[in-house]
Every structure is written in structure tokens, then in C-alpha cells.
Design a protein around this ligand. Structure first.
Ligand code: HEM
Length: 427
């Protein structure tokens, strides 16, 4: 408890890919890190390992039975939602995304003034996703209500995540804030869904696209399904993207030689022009840098599943009803699969090195049937955001000592980190 990160890293290292049974009071999950075993849980035997149980159940009032559920409701949502994530559809959103991100950078960054990296990045990412999902049909006041409500909904359940064995009937701090945040979310989202039903031909946002896909699924139940998918997609996209992009500035500061390559590439490809989607294919090294960022700082650092049937993974029998925890954070640091795993080295993701890797040694976006749908959208957003900032500014971090992750619902830094964004010519 004194140093949970160190203890967690030690368990992973000492296990060397073997399955370990953890003891957390009465709760005894299996920690699964070997890429072969990860493949078993995520792909080969995926229907046996569902998103239910002590970690997922508290989130049901927020996420409902949509794309982040499991079984039949998930399958139906996946069929509906998947077409919104094809490369073609996502690319069709790119120009609009570039405009929104540029606007958000303008309102958030004050050159030369302190910029809190957790709050500042979230202030760019969250409105970008909301505006992309809801188009221009959402008012500034509703955006201002929705973003903190999501934030509360995600953080208010953290007590239940730390104490997963406490039954739902026993109240815990955060429960009331959680319920109130869901009321606010529903208050904003349902009217947008009802409006979306009336403008099915509008193809500029995700609400209308979801309403089109469910045009035959009418009435309250249909509205609820659209709401569930929207809220779950929002949850899956904002905290993950914002967390990942927070680490960008820490990694640039810690690796000045690699940072110089990133700056040089951006200078060559983007110059001083506003960044546009046409620039992105040229930002090859930045793409590799981002992949390495997600190796060492995967926002979803722990991914719990419940085993439905008793089954053997490797040589270990996992009983029905028990919890299996996957951890990209630990698998991505296994010495058995990564050369000098703690060294930040984007070259690992040069195209010629991809072949040598076990498919499940790297899974920040999961894999198998539940593979993250937002991978391409994230890369687009990340390149536009980082490229948009670095084509105009140079970051100067104000920290003393290393910045480490804090093990919470996602992998944020363990303390406030401030930086100054200095205009490029003056850096
Ligand atoms: C760095 C950014 C991101 C990371 C690391 C990430 C990671 C993940 C992971 C680990 C899962 C599986 C969770 C689980 O089942 O336990 C997931 C699922 C999902 N993600 Fe992402 N995600 C990111 C960004 C996004 C974005 C931008 C979107 C866009 C809306 C998105 C949409 C989804 C959806 C819809 C699912 C559910 C897929 C399914 O179960 O069928 N994600 N993501």
C-alpha cells in the first residue's frame, strides 16, 4: 500500500509471464501477463471472459447495455457502431477535427504562461470529442455541464474499484455524486438523441449516424440504446486519449534527443502552417513515438474479466466466477518479450520491427473481438493535437525529479506537472 506502483511492477517482473494469484483481502484475482495467455483470454476463448463482475458492475448505471457491455447487447452495438470507425468514415471527420483542435488549442494555450498538463490536455481533448460526437447541435452551456459530469462519473466510482468486494447495497463515498452525474448526462444526451431522430440525413456528427443506424429501433428502448452507445463511446474515448497525451510532454522532456527528432520532423512536414490532415502521413516518427508512449503508459493499465466456466489457461485452472486481470502495463515491460523494456525507444515501432513482435506482447488497444474501435481516431487526434502545438510552441517542463504513474482508474501522473509553451522562434 505504501508504494503500489513499485509492488505491482515487482509482481509482474517476478512472475516472468507465469499466471499469479493475487491476494487482496477476500478478493483473489488471477494476474495474466504472458502474451500466449493474453491471446487465450482475448481471442481464443473470448466468450468465456466477460466484462462483468466486481469492477464492471458499478459502471452499469453509467454505461448501460451498449458497446462496453458483453454478450448479445454488445454484439448488436458492435454491429451498429463499427461502421462509424472505418478508416473511410474517420477520415471524413478529419478536416472538421483539425478545425476543432486548432480552436481548442487557441482557447487553452496561453503562450509563456503555466500550463497544467493533465488539466490542459483534457481541456483540449474533451470538448473536441464532444463537438465531434454531437456536431454543432450542442450548446456551449451543455458542453460545460457534460464534461465535468463525465469526469465525476468516472472518478466517483474509484472507491468501488478499490473495494470491489463491498456489495452495491452498502453506500460508499462517491455514490451520490455518481448518480447525480448520470442525471446530468441523461439531461443533455436524451434531447440530442430525440433531435437526431428528426435529422437522419445529417452526416456531420456521430449522434445522427447512430440514429440512422437505429432508425427501426424506435421508442424509449431504442433511445436508451443510442444513449448507452454514445455515453460508452464517450467514456472509452476521452479519458484514454487525454491520459495518453498527458505523458507526451513528460516523455519529450525526459528524452531530449528523441524530442529533437520529433521537432525536426514537424518543422519539415508542417513548418509554420496550420496543421491539416494532409500533413499527417509525413509525421512518421511522431507516430512511432506515440506507439512507444502507449507501450510504457497504456491508459488502460489493468483490464478485468470474469470467467464464466472453469477453464485451464496454460497449466493453471481458473475457476468459474473468478476474476482474471490482464495488464498491458506489465506485459509491455516483460523482459522475456522486450529488449531493455524500461528504455523509451520509438524505433521499436519502425515498420521493419513489427514482424518480430508477438501480437499480444503489445495490446494498448486490446485485441480479439473487443478490440478498441477508436485506434485510428486516436492517432488522428493525437497527431493533430501534438503536431498543432509543436508547430507553434516548444514545451518547457517545470518539474524536479521523475514523473511516475499513479495507479487509478486510468494511468495519470502521480502529481501536478506544469509546463510552459514558449513560442517557437523564442525557445
Ligand atoms: C489512447 C487512446 C485509447 C486507448 C488506449 C483505448 C483502449 C481501449 C481498450 C483497452 C479497450 C477495451 C477495454 C476492455 O474491454 O476492457 C477499448 C475499447 C473501446 N474503445 Fe478505445 N481506446 C482509446 C481511444 C478510443 C477512442 C478515441 C475511441 C473513439 C470513440 C475508442 C472507442 C472504443 C470502443 C467503442 C471500445 C469498445 C470496443 C468493444 O468492446 O467492442 N477508444 N479501448
Amino acid at each position: 500500500m505504501r508504494d503500489p506502483l513499485k509492488a505491482f511492477e515487482e509482481v509482474g517482473r517476478e512472475a516472468r509471464g507465469e499466471i499469479v494469484r493475487l491476494t487482496m483481502g477476500p478478493f483473489r484475482p488471477y494476474l495474466v501477463t504472458h502474451p500466449d495467455h493474453v491471446r487465450h483470454v482475448l481471442k481464443t476463448s473470448q466468450p468465456n471472459y466477460v466484462r462483468e463482475g466486481m469492477f464492471w458492475d458499478p459502471l452499469v448505471p453509467l454505461l448501460g447495455g451498449g458497446i462496453l457491455s458483453d454478450g448479445e447487447t454488445w454484439q448488436e452495438s458492435r454491429r451498429i457502431v463499427q461502421p462509424l470507425f472505418t478508416t473511410k468514415y474517420v477520415n471524413s471527420l478529419a478536416e472538421r477535427m483539425a478545425d476543432i483542435i486548432a480552436e481548442q488549442i487557441d482557447v487553452t494555450v496561453r503562450p509563456g504562461e503555466p500550463f497544467d498538463i493533465v488539466k490542459g490536455v483534457a481541456q483540449i481533448v474533451h470538448p473536441t470529442i464532444v463537438r465531434l460526437f454531437f456536431g454543432d447541435k450542442i450548446s456551449a452551456e451543455d458542453i460545460a455541464r457534460l464534461i465535468p459530469a463525465y469526469d465525476t462519473a468516472v472518478t466517483a466510482t474509484s472507491m468501488r474499484l478499490v473495494l470491489p468486494f463491498v456489495p452495491r447495497s452498502v453506500p460508499l463515498p462517491g455514490d451520490r455524486a455518481f448518480r447525480r452525474s448520470i442525471e446530468t448526462i441523461d439531461d443533455v444526451v436524451y434531447p440530442r438523441v430525440r433531435e437526431g431522430r428528426l435529422r437522419l440525413d445529417d452526416d456531420r456528427d456521430i449522434v445522427a449516424a447512430l440514429c440512422r443506424a437505429r432508425r427501426d429501433d424506435i421508442g424509449e428502448a431504442g433511445d436508451r440504446r443510442i444513449r448507452d452507445d454514445l455515453v460508452a463511446m464517450h467514456g472509452a474515448s476521452t479519458e484514454t486519449s487525454a491520459t495518453a497525451l498527458t505523458w507526451m510532454w513528460v516523455a519529450l522532456d525526459a528524452n531530449p534527443d528523441l524530442a529533437a527528432r520529433v521537432y525536426e520532423e514537424i518543422d519539415d512536414v508542417v513548418g509554420t502552417d496550420p496543421i491539416r490532415p494532409a500533413h499527417l502521413p509525413g509525421l512518421r516518427y511522431l507516430g512511432m513515438f506515440l506507439s512507444e508512449l502507449l507501450r510504457l503508459y497504456p491508459p488502460g493499465w489493468i483490464l478485468p474479466r470474469k470467467a464464466l466456466r472453469t477453464e485451464t489457461i496454460g497449466a493453471v485452472t481458473v475457476e468459474a466466477g473468478s476474476t482474471v486481470m490482464l495488464s498491458p502495463y506489465l506485459t509491455h515491460r516483460l523482459e522475456e518479450f522486450w529488449d531493455r523494456p524500461l528504455v523509451f525507444d520509438p524505433e521499436r515501432f519502425a515498420p521493419e520491427n513489427a514482424q518480430r513482435r508477438h501480437r499480444y506482447a503489445y495490446f494498448p488497444f486490446l485485441g480479439g473481438p473487443h478490440q478498441c474501435l477508436g485506434q485510428h481516431l486516436f492517432m488522428l487526434e493525437a497527431l493533430l493535437l501534438v503536431g498543432g502545438i509543436l508547430s507553434r510552441f516548444r514545451p518547457v517542463l517545470k518539474t524536479s525529479g521523475p514523473v511516475l504513474p499513479r495507479l487509478a482508474s486510468s494511468l495519470r501522473p502521480n502529481r501536478d506537472v506544469q509546463m510552459t509553451l514558449v513560442e517557437r522562434g523564442r525557445a
